[in-house]
Design a protein around this ligand. Structure first.
Ligand code: ADP
Length: 498
């Protein structure tokens, strides 16, 4: 039977399903037209039995046909159903036709769901695009998108206005042909600015403050804080990175005006102060013995105040130099141990006055010659030792000691003084910072010495730090100076010779 063609099976089925009821109906009609016929009842009985048998046969045959001819369809549906959500399931033992109906209605529902989801997604994408474009065009900070070839993929209005991008001509131009970027007067190349990581990385690639941008189109200069981000699917979508800027040009100009004012005022104060200091010192020398103790006390106070004012003026000028990037150094080889010994001797008198024990612990190992600007680096050492004496109570101890490790000469100034609370350690080297507990020293300090010291050590490519076990437990201030390789090799030759 299974080998019979589909058409033949349908034909047999049609004969059974149509011919049998017609023949029975015909027999019944003849019997009714000829009422003498006594076989009416038996004819109806036979007709009904035959109809029942043939109907059963028809159903079985139809099922067979469906089974054989819809097998492939089932296979396909079953396979497809695996990819569909759970609502489509083939139930074993269900009627085949019922299964098909259920499957098709599930497909319809699923396709309906997908269509709904697709349109929801399209709406969502549209919404996100609108949101992004609204944010981009209305924020006051410049934003630039960069493609995989470091060309400009998009930019917003502030980018054109603040950074000097040509709104009509800059799209798809290489970033390096539109801008130069400088950090502390050093030009940054594009790979430093956008150090792309492997595709799939997502996060910040670069952050920088006070970056100067110069437009190569119209020489427009701006000062910006800048963040460069890479998106996870960015490279795959030809958007390697996004540059977000914060325009700090106005703040910078204001800062420059403040600096100009401070340094002008400091310069103006410097000359008369130098005269005051000079005359007082001559006056003290000449009149020390003629004046009473009280009169001398007042003169000494005037002298101390003039010295403090002079220190403040020098510090303000130093800060202005640091902030402008005008602090420069001229290095020369220095015998550091000898230099520290000299500074220690200079402070001996001050330490004795305050009844402090000042010690220089000479290193056990040879210390290589360092390259430093002797005037500037001694400003740092002076500041550390002066602070140690200043912030240590009489009877205490100040020790200067040197280490040589990892190609660095490290100088430490340890005192047994008032110490520094943990929360203050991170702020010590910032401008005008003074440890709150030390404010009784306000008349003496201005919180600028450590800031300038750090800037000087930075210029020497060294590091500056402070450590303290806590308030009342003393502290150690340290700075390192790197030793260049040629100097190390000189030293090794020298030690071998010795
Ligand atoms: P100044 O001493 O003029 O205030 P500095 O910048 O030299 O300015 O020091 C900043 C602050 O750091 C000081 O005001 C003081 O609170 C704290 N400090 C510096 N050195 C020491 C030290 N050796 N011990 C305790 N505190 C110190």
């Amino acid at each position: 039977m299974s080998k019979l063609s589909f058409k033949l099976k349908l034909f047999i089925f049609s004969v059974f399903a149509i011919a049998v009821p017609i023949s029975l109906f015909a027999g019944l009609a003849i019997s009714i037209l000829n009422p003498s016929s006594s076989q009416i009842l038996s004819l109806i009985g036979i007709g009904l039995t035959l109809t029942l048998i043939f109907s059963l046969l028809s159903i079985l045959l139809f099922k067979k046909i469906v089974n054989s001819h819809f097998k492939k369809l089932f296979f396909l549906i079953e396979k497809t159903a695996n990819f569909l959500p759970q609502q489509v399931k083939i139930l074993k033992g269900d009627d085949d036709v019922e299964q098909i109906i259920r499957l098709f209605s599930s497909f319809k529902q699923t396709i309906g769901n997908y269509t709904q989801k697709q349109s929801d997604l399209e709406n969502f994408i549209k919404f996100e695009r609108e949101k992004l474009s609204c944010i981009l065009s209305n924020i006051s900070d410049p934003v630039i998108g960069i493609d995989n070839n470091f060309k400009i993929a998009f930019f917003n209005k502030p980018a054109a206005e603040i950074l000097g991008i040509d709104p009509d001509d800059s799209l798809y131009q290489p970033l390096s042909q539109l801008f130069k970027f400088f950090i502390k007067n050093k030009e940054l190349d594009i790979k430093q600015l956008i150090p792309l990581k492997s595709p799939g990385f997502s996060g910040v690639l670069f952050t920088g403050q006070d970056i100067k941008t110069v437009s190569l189109l119209n020489n427009k200069e701006a000062f910006v804080d800048m963040t460069v981000c890479q998106l996870q699917a960015g490279i795959a979508n030809n958007l390697s990175s996004i540059l977000v800027f914060h325009d700090s040009t106005k703040e910078k100009q204001l800062e420059a005006m403040k600096l100009d004012f401070v340094s002008m005022a400091a310069h103006e104060l410097r000359t008369p102060l130098t005269s005051i200091k000079g005359y007082i010192s001559v006056f003290i020398q000449e009149n020390e013995k003629k004046l009473s103790e009280d009169q001398m006390m007042f003169i000494r106070r005037i002298n101390t105040s003039a010295q403090q004012l002079s220190a403040l003026v020098e510090n303000l000028l130093g800060v202005a130099r640091v902030e402008r990037g005008a602090m420069t150094i001229t290095t020369q080889p220095m015998d550091w141990v000898q230099n520290v010994q000299t500074i220690k001797e200079m402070f001996e008198h001050r330490a004795q006055e305050k009844r402090l024990d000042l010690e220089f612990k000479k290193p056990d190992v040879p210390i290589p010659t360092i390259q430093a600007d002797s005037v500037r680096i001694n400003e740092v050492l002076n500041n550390f030792v002066a602070n140690a004496i200043n912030y240590t109570e009489p009877g205490g101890k100040v020790t200067i000691w040197i280490e040589y490790k990892n190609n660095e000469v490290i100088t430490h100034v340890t005192d047994s003084g008032r110490g520094i609370p943990k929360e203050s350690l991170a702020h010590l080297f910032t401008k005008f910072y003074r440890v709150p507990g030390n404010l009784d020293q306000a008349s003496k300090g201005n919180g600028l010495g450590l800031y300038i010291s750090k800037a000087i050590v930075d210029l020497h490519k060294g590091r500056t730090w402070a450590d303290s076990p806590g308030l009342g437990k003393g502290s150690t201030f340290s700075f390192s100076l790197p030793v260049v390789d040629s100097i190390i090799s000189d030293l090794s030759v020298l030690t071998k010779k010795l």
